[in-house]
Structure formats: C-alpha cells, structure tokens
Design a protein around this ligand. Sequence first.
Ligand code: 0X9
Ligand code: ZN
Length: 384
Amino acid sequence: MSEAGVRSIMLFGVLVATRALLVYRCNIPIERFQEVVDRPDIDIWTEGARETIDVAVQSSDAVAQYSCDYVRTEYEERKLLARSAKQKDFYEAFPSYDEIMNKIKQFAEHPTVEMGSVGRSIEGRDIPFVKLGAPGGNKTAVWLNGGQHAREWISSPTVLYLVEQLIQSDFLEHFDIYATPMQNPDGYEYSRTPGNRFWRKNRRDNGDGTFGVDLNRNWDDHWAETGSSSNTGSNTYHGTAPFSEPETRLTSEFVLQIPNLYGAIDFHSYGQLLLRNWGWTRAPSRNEQVLKELGQQFVDAMRTHDGTNYQNIRGAELYPAAGATDDWVTNATNAVAFTLELRNTSSFQIPASEILESGKEVWLGVQRFLQFLKENPDIPPNQE
Ligand code: 0X9
Ligand code: ZN
C-alpha cells in the first residue's frame, strides 16, 4: 500500500475510509518560511522544538526540497467521536459544540455567572461567552479565549475547566472573568466529522473551491504581513480584509467593550509553549523583561502539577505570524497578553484522558498569572 494512499480499516465493525497524513519534522531556513506558509500542500502544525517545525503533507514530494525527518503517519480516526457509555465526567471525552453549550448553561445557573452570544458564526452557530463577576464594582478584567483553531481540541475543555475553577475562587473578589471558550464553532464541528480531524480554519466559502480563513491571521494588527498567506488554499490564509470573518470581528467587538481589561490568554495547541509579545516580529517588546518574568512564573507553576515542561518564549521565536489575537489585544486594549500552546509536543490527537491533566496544570499557571496581575497593577501599556 502506498504511504499516502487511501486506506480502509475496520473500526467497531464499520468500514471507514481514512486518508493517511505524513508528518515530518523540518528545519526550514527563515528566508524560506514564507514560501512554506503559502503552500496549500504543506500544513504547518507546530514546533516540537524551537529549531524545527512539524508539517503534515499527503505526499513526501511536498517536502522533498527541505531538510525534514519523517516522524510518523497520522490517521484520521472516527472512534474519537464515540463517547463511552460509562463516561461520568464532562472532561473525560472531547465534547461536541452542543455539549459545550450545555456545560456553559450549567455554569450560568450559578448566581455570579452570566452567559450569552457574541454573535453568530458563518454557519449560524452562536459563539458563546461566559462572564464571571462577583458583586462589587471597579474590578480588573481578564479575557480567556479558546477554540480558535478547530483541530486543537484540548483548548475549549481546558478553558471550560478554568472557568469552573474560577467560579469557586476568591479571585472573583478582584477580577471579572470573561471567557469565549468556543471561538470557531463551525470549524470545530467540521473537525469532528470523519476525514476532517485536522481542519484548522473557519468554514468560509472562499468562492474558488477552497474553504476557510485562518482566524488567527485575521485580526486587525499587522494584518497580511509575515507568516500569513494570501493563498486561499493555505492553512494560514488571512482572509480578504482584517476582521473579514464574523468569528474574529464579533469576538473583537466583545473584547473591546470589556471594562478595565488587564489580562488576556488565547489557548491553542500543541507544543507546550507560553508565547509573549510579539508574534509578528522577532524584536523584543518594551515590556520584554516583565513579561518574561511573569511567563517564567506561569510555566514554573504549571510544572508543579506533574512535571510537564512548558517553554517560556516570545511568539515570533516559534515563527513570526502577524494578524493574531495576542498582538491585537495588546495593542487594542493594553492587556497583558499571552498565547498558550497546550499539551502535547507531538500531535493535535491528544488522548481525552489528558483533558483533566491539562486543565489542572493550566489552572496552576493561571492562578499565578492572576496573582501576578493583582500584585502588579501598573504594568505599562506594551503598545508599539
Ligand atoms: O500559528 C498560530 O496561530 C499559533 N500556533 S498554532 O500551532 N496553535 O497555530 C501561534 C500564534 C502565536 N502568536 C503570534 N504569532 N502572534
Ligand atoms: Zn492554534
């Protein structure tokens, strides 16, 4: 059987056709990075180490001209969609969009929790928000964003776990928490259908036979510059204009009306990386020292759960990418902003048994983050 061919395997007695993806770990010289970004036949996953990037391709020809090591074959598996009958807990399996909405409705039964919609996605799904606010005014606000990239399934349940912990916590005496745990519902649901496990973008019909805009290249900050593509078929296609997509425009409008926003974290996977400003340029930001210090405390706290190691680096040290949430929220609101690339270091296909582990370790980091913001209320704006 050919490496990239169509294969049929038996799963639960059902014949399912799956397409194999080949995953390579590549050393791409910086001057050739944009060329890779623009190629629709190369899907950049992320880095396992800082010197290399992981890419997925359907044929080894796609990476023949680069320096790459074959890592593995990735199968798109239908069985991940089947939920165990004996499942007791929400965090024991990857939830559907509807299950996420039901979980948020449960949170909203609590008197200090409000839920709503920032608006509708391209396919008409509500993009939910949750607001946690204890009585008393003049609080500092923090925004948690999840599920922007469809295939990064660990993101939304991790954000929901954080919300659940925060509902019970004393931090609400000092902070109002705003969360948008499912920013790309159409892409997420699509990635749950057979054969589409590695879908990243939203579900925009680009009108030329291709679908999807990379939402994390569509924010109005250095839009369409480095690390994003004007090629509609690319997985980093930036869209036709800044905020051309409802999923980014509506979420940004929601964020801009948050009073006293001071902290923001955008949750992605994979790579175990805490990314600080800037993402669009390798130049250090003016708050480099304080963000590095806060970042170190954040990753050190996460490590205390079970030793899982996160790297504390600048976004552009992963690869420069403009038009992303983190740089936009920094410049538009002055929030202290990070992107957190969650578990693991090798695949989006993380076992559901790691959802709770991810939630627990990230909760330790987020508590440190909030404590730092509380103790340092005057971190200056990091605007360019
Ligand atoms: O490329 C991205 O959008 C993020 N990595 S992912 O593997 N989840 O796709 C990283 C974004 C980091 N921030 C900026 N470059 N601004
Ligand atoms: Zn992502």
